[in-house]
Design a binder for this molecule. Structure first.
Ligand SMILES: Cc1cc2nc3c(=O)[nH]c(=O)nc-3n(C[C@H](O)[C@H](O)[C@H](O)COP(=O)(O)OP(=O)(O)OC[C@H]3O[C@@H](n4cnc5c(N)ncnc54)[C@H](O)[C@@H]3O)c2cc1C
Length: 401
């Protein structure tokens, strides 16, 4: 049986490993971290991502993991609400916050019940193993080597696999970092979990109730060169949040944990493959956090990869594996997924630029805010229409194997 090595057990690597293992393919999943409790993992799943999990037969697994649907999206300019749009905005499912560490753990556990699946955690891949022009395995930081017929780099935006394969990454100019705060949620927020985007006082930020019980998240956009000296965040937020949250932030004080600074990298590899090697997920196309796209696209990448790879890898013995057929499949995977990635990154940039325009132009913000009862419904209609591709996906991702 041909052997696959997947590097990185984020949403991309963990789901693809499960899909391959379920079809009886021999797969080793290598993850640098010892467990999934890393400081930060995004939580927002759009209907397209939820649909991808359902296609993988993981609906019931999702029910075992902490998750919370969003009730609505709200946009606040200065102290006035421009509009509120209730989920599911015409979709079959509402956007849902899913706690990633238990989800990834459950995916790996499900794969571990399949023969031929091997799990290596706490071991970073540091290099590729080559046979002339072909990748034939990986070198681990602990000195071991793992050979494979196909190596899949699902090791995220700083991908070592991408660097070692000398696959170029074209990045967009860096425009923001995000400071991520967690604090206790106000009473009653859970029952009406609005994702509030606020533009006020030269700032753009978002707040929502996360998947975890009783936890509010606040994502604060800053420019990449802006220092983040310790300050009284609660007092700062109390001057900016929608009026209904002011008292909560005034009282929050020490309950706000120090933020995690996340640098946002957006880009795309012109080429996702070498003979014997494929990049998918953020390794091939690091995504911005705007409108929660990265996990959803990662899951859809895993579907496309499974569709193209499983029929070729299901050959009984490695000597029957046609490497050129495998390499042609890698080309097809990129060709199938690239149009959606390009379009999603464009739409994300468009959403971000509108926020930036409102942040920079106080008069525009003031005007929209003053006339929100009149312009709000119109802006809401246009916004909902524009969300459809970001919610439902842009191209077809149907699991066929
Ligand atoms: C601030 C912020 C918020 C976001 N919020 C959301 C959101 O709400 N919804 C959404 O859909 N997207 C969100 N995203 C994007 C999303 O996080 C990514 O697109 C998504 O995680 C990509 O999944 P992945 O599996 O490709 O990579 P990752 O999730 O980055 O997983 C890669 C894995 O590879 C492992 N790894 C790395 N190097 C090695 C190595 N050398 N050897 C072995 N293992 C290795 C890592 O430990 C990691 O577990 C956000 C991004 C940012 C920056």
């Amino acid at each position: 049986m041909p052997k696959v090595v997947i590097v990185g057990a984020g949403p991309t690597g963990a789901t693809l490993a499960l899909l391959l293992a379920r079809r009886g393919i021999s797969v080793t999943l290598i993850e640098a971290a010892r467990d999934f409790q890393r400081q930060f993992r995004g939580e927002g799943l759009m209907p397209s991502g939820l649909d991808a999990l359902a296609q993988m037969g993981l609906d019931s697994l999702l029910q075992t993991v902490p998750h919370r649907p969003l009730s609505a999206w709200e946009f606040w300019l200065n102290d006035r609400r421009l509009f509120r749009a209730d989920e599911p905005l015409g979709s079959a499912r509402p956007c849902t916050l899913v706690s990633q560490p238990p989800l990834l753990e459950a995916l790996v556990q499900a794969a571990q019940s399949k023969p031929g699946f091997e799990w290596m955690a706490g071991t970073a891949v540091k290099d590729l193993l080559w046979n002339a022009e072909r990748v034939v395995g990986v070198h681990l930081a602990n000195g071991r080597t793992v050979e494979a017929d196909l190596v899949i780099g699902a090791d995220g935006r700083a991908s070592v696999i991408r660097q070692r394969a000398e696959l170029d990454l074209k990045t967009q100019p860096k425009s923001i970092d995000v400071l991520w705060f967690k604090l206790p949620a106000p009473e009653g927020y859970e029952a009406d979990n609005r994702f509030c985007t606020v533009v006020k006082g030269g700032r753009v930020f978002s707040l929502f109730h996360g998947a975890e019980e009783g936890k509010m998240h606040l994502a604060w956009a800053i420019s990449p060169d802006e220092p983040t000296e310790q300050k009284d965040w609660a007092a700062t937020f109390a001057t900016l949040v929608p009026p209904e949250f002011v008292a909560h932030f005034r009282a929050a004080g020490d309950a706000i944990a120090p933020p995690i600074r996340l640098s946002v990298l957006v880009g795309r590899c012109p080429r996702w493959h070498r003979p014997g090697l494929l990049l998918i997920g953020d390794a091939a196309h690091p995504m911005s956090p705007v409108r929660a796209q990265g996990i959803n696209l990662a899951l859809r990448d895993a579907i496309a990869a499974a569709n193209h790879l499983i029929p070729i890898l299901k050959t009984a013995n490695p000597s029957a594996l046609d490497p050129t057929a495998l390499d042609r499949a890698l080309v097809r995977i990129q060709a199938e997924r690239e149009p959606e990635i390009i379009q999603a990154q464009k739409l994300q940039a468009h959403e971000a630029s509108r926020g930036e325009m409102l942040r920079r132009f106080g008069n525009l913000r003031q005007g929209l805010s003053a006339f929100s009862p009149v312009v709000g419904p119109l802006v809401k209609r246009v916004w909902i229409q524009q969300q459809q591709p970001l919610r439902e996906g842009i191209t077809l991702a149907q699991l066929e194997v």
